[in-house]
Ligand binder design. Sequence first.
Ligand code: G4P
Length: 536
Amino acid sequence: MDSLAEETGLLRQTAPSPQRPYETRRTFAIISHPDAGKTTLTEKLLLAGGAIEMAGAVRAKGNKNRAKSDWLDIEKNRGISVTSSVMTFEKGGVNFNLLDTPGHSDFSEDTYRTLTAVDSAIMVIDAAKGIEAQTRKLFEICRLRDIPIVTFVNKIDREGRDPFELLDEIEEQLALSVAPMVWPVGQGGLFKGCYDLVANDFLPARGSAVPCPAGLEDPALETALGAETHAALNDAATLAVEGYASFDREAFRQGHLTPVIFGSALENFAVGRLMDFIAAHAPEPRPQPSDRGPVDPSEDKVSGFVFKVQANMDPKHRDRVAFVRFCSGHFRRGMKLDHVRSGKALAVSNPIYFVAQERSLTEEAYAGDVIGIPNHGTLQVGDTLTEGEAFRFTGLPAFAPEVLRRVRLTDTMKMKQMRRGLEDLAQEGLVQVFRPTIGSDFIVGVVGPLQLDVLASRIAGEYKAEVSFEPVQYNVARWIRCENPQLLKEFIRENTMNVVRDRDDWPVYLCKDEWDLRYIMSRNKDIAFDATREIV
Ligand code: G4P
């Protein structure tokens, strides 16, 4: 038996043995509020998966071993991760594809888009804080797509809230059934370890697991804990098992139930159990929505979509990498794929795959896998790649920006560089760029103000143009559409000052505030004002 299975009973429990290569794939993300412990957990998962050899490699605060994913100066200064990346590792015959999502509240759209490329997510909650704003926001996106969620209640080595209170909060606030799987034995100074309610063993704070075949009543548990702690655990754990749902794989996979694992990323408690859980129960690649119906991972022909584009990943080699999630087929290096939007063939000769901080060439990939394709702007977010079929994957959203600014160039000789920078970074999804119908100024839209700092810093660093931002009289942006093209044309003509075009030439209506928006909507009932639009 491999070491992964040995660690736990979870794998033995119900894991089906994979028949086809894609069935070994687990493509997932970690969602959390800043500071809940996502980076620490990522690092421990990578360590457990053998993808890194040293704690601190993901984010060495001493700066020496700073991860390449922190390639932006702004990230270094602020100590936060504002771009997403992908980490692939293999353990016990399971291929884990962990897609990183920025946790800061000012994150960009590609956080949302990254979630369209995963099949499950780990929700990390700080045991002292419970559900926080950003967790809830990201959770809602997962819910929209029925993405199954495993909850990891982190930092139980510190004084935190009562575990029952936390379970009730998840259940009530997120309207999810909760199934406690790994339970804390004491907290803070009294922390003794964790009890696995499914595998029936005790994971002490120090030393190796104590099997308890007879469950909570097992004499080995009493010996390990002492009579008093054992009695307290017995009471609490019995209540946890009886008072909440038991684990139901189908309910989990449909997004109705979340298994809850209490642990500590920092101290590496229950991280192995979390990983085992993902291996055993998180879904393999799921069918993906397209305009010809769901595309099943078992289909023979290769298909995939671009969910993220990253310009200048390595500032020394000005490059642009499109991240593609495969949805079906068996991709091999050198294959010619159809780029559906342009109708042209694309030879994929240098597909990159990412092992922690390293990139290397990959020879093949299956549904669920994510590769990077270096290109010079051919590939955009939302593009579909197929093996000779003409369909498109659907459901990749663009969101109306909440902050709008006019871009000012300090040195007017640098117009070309600025344009290039804006175009590239708009394609990445860092920012939306709008062209006014009248005038030549660019208006940029972002979800949070931090993105403006990132934008200015990257245009200065990567395109050598200094830009600043000025407020505009608008705070609200909506895509407009109408079934009757003539009516839309008239509306645009009558509102020239307020209508701008996005990067795909879609008309966008800008106005001062929600009140103005409601007013214009009430006067133009045939026009739809959309806060999101699907990327085509
Ligand atoms: P994030 O990516 O979600 O923003 O969180 P990150 O992992 O950076 O963790 C935020 C802080 O919480 C860090 O402390 C980290 O060490 C701490 N932390 C993470 N997991 C645990 C845990 O299980 N137990 C305890 N006690 N602390 C945990 P910091 O002081 O901000 O940074 P550092 O100097 O310790 O790295």
